[in-house]
Design a protein around this ligand. Structure first.
Ligand code: GLN
Length: 474
């Protein structure tokens, strides 16, 4: 992995330049193309941006993200790269504008290295649902790197970016971060602009950040956050000050909520072992643990999959073969262009979600499914409020297992959906959540642990996460 702080130190000492670092990264990406983590790489534009960073460094007028090599998930609109959502439906589609977060990356001097592979339209937990082939785990090519932001996680884990952007609707940043041994952060809903993020389930979608460590994550967040008039759900708050407050919780006495044993016990033995070690470390460091009751935990996954599919069925209606990307060929007068385009353009999982979502929204089922799910969502939010009235944060595993093998869950959608068990509730409640590396399991794969705090307490979350990552690494 490549630490942004190490690169900055080396450039400051004069031992290298950002241009050289970027060239090294471009060479490394080429050498490990088999990972299939990038869908497009911007060689020339990245070098130009790196040279500009070097110039601003030489003039001692660096911008906040100067020299930071960043990879961007391919569902964020970019003018200079195609934006495919890893779907045949969008093919070579090139937006005419940049997503706000992409615009802010560039405005702060970041070097945008390329667009990353993902599960089609961000639907999946393994990276296997891409129309352009699966992304491989950097440690073992027989294993999934997690998803749906598979390529963005692998880019950071393999040292091919200092940081990357993903999207997290139900865990797609935290889960692959856990599988790949890096930090994955989903901010509070509304804290990063969704303008230019291709919508999957709008009330759950958040742009998220991957990095090896918390300082890089915080630096990115401070630069990219802040109100955006182009996004009606953007929180009217100033940019975060996470770097300035990173040490705020370094020595404070902390009360951390943990879930009851019966919710945790179904995790794999590898994850359970690391989880227990972490609890010991926390207690040894004087942190108070509080058993928390969280209502409706049985409803997390069903609620998420009802609401996410309902919103997806509506959001994906726009892909009709008329306005963007792919259009099916018409061979005779009876052919219906929209039906043909959607049948040929979408992959299996996307079709499954559209069908499920259309079903739960249909007149006869709306009250039984969609309305019920909205009520359960409220209960989940209230449950969190109660926890955070007693504790500074909630600590829980990110995933029930470590990385699994390709094909293991592909034909069993329920098993695949259950791998989101610990992540979806934060999206349902809109609260910030982060996965931090907590060590390796006995099987050699990384294990991630998660922290969640109350709505808009993003600085607090990052500060506690910074302390915990140091504790778990020492
Ligand atoms: N794995 C979850 C799903 O398939 C989450 C996806 C996401 O966060 N984008 O819906």
């Amino acid at each position: 992995m490549r630490l942004f702080s190490d690169s900055c130190t080396a450039v400051n000492k004069g031992t290298t330049t950002f241009t050289t670092i970027t060239q090294d990264i471009l060479r490394d990406i080429d050498q490990r193309q088999s990972l299939n983590h990038f869908l497009s790489v911007g060689k020339d534009s990245a070098i130009v941006q790196a040279q500009q960073s070097d110039e601003r460094y030489a003039e001692e007028k660096p911008l906040a993200l100067d020299g930071m090599v960043v990879a961007v998930k391919d569902n964020l609109s970019t003018r200079n790269f195609p934006t495919t959502c890893a779907s045949k439906m969008l093919g070579e589609y090139r937006p005419v504008y940049d997503a706000t977060v992409v615009e802010r990356l560039a405005a702060h001097g970041a070097i945008i290295i390329g667009k990353t592979n993902m599960d089609e339209f961000a639907m999946g937990s393994s990276g296997e649902n891409s129309a352009f082939g699966k992304t491989l785990h950097p440690l073992n090519g027989d294993y999934v790197p997690g998803g749906s932001s598979s390529g963005s996680a692998v880019a950071v884990a393999a040292g091919h970016a200092h940081a990357s952007l993903g999207s997290d609707t139900g865990g797609s940043v935290r889960q692959p971060a856990a599988f790949c041994g890096i930090v994955g952060y989903k901010p509070s809903y509304g804290r990063l602009s969704r303008y230019g993020l291709v919508a999957f389930a709008s009330s759950l979608d958040q742009v998220g950040i991957f990095a090896p460590d918390i300082p890089t994550t915080a630096t990115m967040m401070d630069a990219l956050s802040g109100h955006d008039a182009n996004d009606a759900t953007s929180a009217n708050l100033a940019p975060t000050q996470a770097m300035a407050t990173l040490d705020e919780y370094a020595n404070k006495s902390l009360t951390i909520a943990v879930l009851p044993e019966e919710i945790i016990k179904d995790c794999s033995p590898e994850v359970l072992e690391v989880y227990k070690q972490c609890l010991d470390i926390l207690q040894d460091n004087g942190i108070t643990l509080l058993q928390a009751q969280i209502p409706a935990n049985d409803a997390w996954i069903p609620t998420y999959y009802v609401l996410a599919t309902a919103e997806a069925s509506s959001n994906l209606a726009r892909f009709d073969g008329i306005r963007y990307g792919f259009r099916a060929e018409i061979n005779n007068d009876d052919d219906d262009i929209m039906t043909l385009t959607r049948s040929q353009g979408f992959g299996m999982e996307v079709k499954r979600r559209i069908m499920l979502g259309t079903y739960v929204l249909s007149a006869g089922h709306y009250d039984a499914y969609y309305k019920k799910a909205q009520q359960a969502r409220r209960l989940i939010y209230d449950g969190y409020e109660h926890i955070f009235s007693q504790a500074d944060a909630l600590f829980l595993p990110t995933t029930p297992t470590t990385a699994f093998k390709f094909g293991e869950k592909l034909n069993d959608p329920i098993a695949m959906y259950l791998s989101d068990y610990f992540t979806v509730s934060a999206n349902l409640a809109g609260i910030p959540a982060i996965s931090i590396p907590a060590g390796n399991a006995a099987n050699g794969f990384p294990v991630g642990m998660q922290l969640q705090t109350s709505l808009f307490q993003d600085e607090r979350l990052l500060s506690i996460a910074h302390r915990f990552q140091q504790l778990f690494q020492s």
